[in-house]
Design a protein around this ligand. Sequence first.
Ligand code: ATP
Ligand code: MG
Length: 331
Amino acid sequence: MRENSVLSVQNLHVVYSALRGTVKAVRDVSFELNKKECLAFIGESGSGKSTLGTSLISLIPGTGRVSSGKIIYRGNSKDIDIAKLSENEVRKIRWKEIAMVFQSALNSFNPVLRIWNHILETAKAHGVNDKEFVQKKSLELLELVQLDPERVLKSFPHELSGGMKQRTLIAMSLLLDPKILILDEPTTALDILTQKNIIELLKKIKDELELAMIFISHDLSIAAELADRVATMYGGKIVEIGPTDDIFYRPKHPYTKGLLKAVPKISGGFEELFSIPGEPPDLINPPSGCPFHPRCGYVEEVCKKEAPQLEQVEGNHYVACYKWRGITDGE
Ligand code: ATP
Ligand code: MG
């Protein structure tokens, strides 16, 4: 584990048991998250982003479980493998050390509870019963996320806009001063202007609180505004990872290139938006070799046989593709 790393995920596999078989949702994923860094995970629906995110705090939904691999959290004094902790042990870390804003959490507010009661209940559920502490900290954090604290605490969820609710959720996630914040599609349900404001807010919070962040999104252009590094996921695997500029301006994996072409450009006029042909892989029976080979324009025999490993492009930029050297930028 590197000196400035707060989280080290090593050869992580996560599976769900389904009627049809075992869903291999996260497959051999390894990465380091550095202190004060924002690492974004991008990829199409079903690529395993939320499964990965929830596994980091042992909240994989349904039948999901880590089948092998390590999730090493570097606590204050020693390294802890979250994948090996009991539920009781992981409760000491969840929300206190690593917090998460869940995908679709915007819709999960109880409509009959005022925000203050919502915060209190959530705090209690995490074993925090000191009402005075919760109140003082909530006021402070709502201020930090640029809301009117008194007004928001008294409000019912329907009295807040989507952006205000998302800010409230972000404030709640920070109640116990976590070191790592995982955000799963925090801007997806919001209009473009509100998305931008939330990204600006997250930048501010990251700097002020010196947080490490994992930012999950299907939208590379949004992720690029916030992240220091970006990882592309496909079929449960990281197929490319590197500094944001490298991934955004000089992507090497044909899938990352496809994702970039699928981003609407404000100056793009009426040009038809590219969408990657074909279907995402079936994770019960993933394709042999490179998971992207059935949809890849550069496919060769070798791609069908053996999965390519991540190899260095330059510096911190890695790609898992046999053909990356032959693919020129701009294609
Ligand atoms: P999205 O962009 O739609 O949120 P995602 O990248 O977050 O997608 P996941 O939700 O992690 O993807 O899903 C990864 C795979 O695991 C998919 O094949 C999905 O069908 C499967 N999966 C997710 N949740 C469950 C579950 N509770 N039970 C069974 N399979 C699941
Ligand atoms: Mg998801």
